[in-house]
Design a binder for this molecule. Structure first.
Ligand SMILES: NC(=O)c1ccc[n+]([C@@H]2O[C@H](COP(=O)([O-])OP(=O)(O)OC[C@H]3O[C@@H](n4cnc5c(N)ncnc54)[C@H](O)[C@@H]3O)[C@@H](O)[C@H]2O)c1
Length: 253
């Protein structure tokens, strides 16, 4: 897989999947538009890539904020001249885990839906005109198995990730004739900060969730990012509008 001619935008690159993806795309020669709300860690990733002969621009961006998203896309296209690939990855689980639907706080619902659901749509709203101008491109939205299954204890996370799949399928149909492929990936619990800072804090509960997986383990971030890299590459020419589970067999049960 070769990305040296490609301009790749990734959200949520200060940590987890986004951070791993930034380094993997940099290794394959891509020009990178990176962003996160966490300015310190996000800038550090871009600085390290640039110090190693990479090409990365970091912008501080809250994906639920229109002005931030507009500025991220415009600054990136101004620097690199075009946009080829977008990985809309930024997301939150919220701290409302293990709260039943009737007890779920409205503010937590709004925040999770804003970042995970609206954030993906807002990014696409400002990315797609550049992919159209480019004559085509690729969008990958990071959903979750929570977009395919119910999530007892976090109704907003499940709803937001189902929304990501709906957005993905709709756009895939709308832009298929314009040479733009739009797919979603649906990872199961993977060993990133999100999982360590939330479910794995409660050791017994975390262990139970791990044991639910047929592989009896968490995923590794690279097991997810390798699939994203393939979907972004020229090797994928016909897969479009799919919600691809990367889950150790969890959703096969
Ligand atoms: N780790 C898992 O088990 C898992 C499973 C399925 C899906 N996901 C999804 O993968 C994506 C990445 O998660 P991760 O596991 O790498 O978590 P992570 O917490 O390690 O990384 C998420 C990044 O997104 C950033 N972010 C949070 N809110 C933001 C906002 N409003 N605007 C911009 N950036 C923001 C964070 O600062 C962080 O750097 C998320 O969409 C998450 O829902 C994760």
């Amino acid at each position: 897989m070769e990305f040296s001619e490609k301009v790749v935008l990734i959200t949520g690159t200060a940590s987890g999947f986004g951070r791993v993806l930034a380094y993997e795309f940099a290794q394959k020669g891509a020009s990178l538009i990176l962003s996160d709300v966490n300015e310190k860690d996000g800038q550090a990733v871009a600085d390290e890539i640039n110090a190693n002969n990479g090409k990365a621009l970091f912008t501080k961006c809250d994906v639920s904020n229109t002005e931030d998203v507009k500025q991220m896309v415009e600054a990136g296209v101004a620097k690199f001249g075009k946009l080829d690939i977008c990985v809309n990855n930024a997301g939150i689980a919220g701290n409302a885990l293990r709260t039943k639907t009737h007890d779920f706080e409205e503010a937590a619902w709004d925040k999770i839906m804003d970042v995970n659901g609206k954030g993906v749509w807002l990014c696409m709203k400002y990315e797609l005109p550049h992919l159209l101008a480019n004559g085509g491109g690729v969008v990958i939205n990071v959903a979750s198995v929570a977009g395919l299954l119910g999530v007892p204890g976090n109704v907003a996370y499940a709803a937001s990730k189902h929304a990501v799949i709906g957005i993905t399928k709709t756009a895939a149909i709308e832009y298929a004739s314009k040479n733009i492929r739009v797919n979603a990936v649906c990872p199961a619990f993977t060993d990133t900060a999100m999982v360590q800072n939330s479910i794995m804090q409660d050791k017994e509960y975390g262990q139970r969730l791990v044991m639910m997986n047929p592989m009896r383990r968490l995923g590794e971030p690279e097991e997810v990012t390798s699939v994203i890299m393939f979907l972004c590459s020229d090797q994928n020419t016909f897969m479009n509008g799919q919600a691809i589970a990367i889950d150790g067999g969890l959703t096969a049960m």
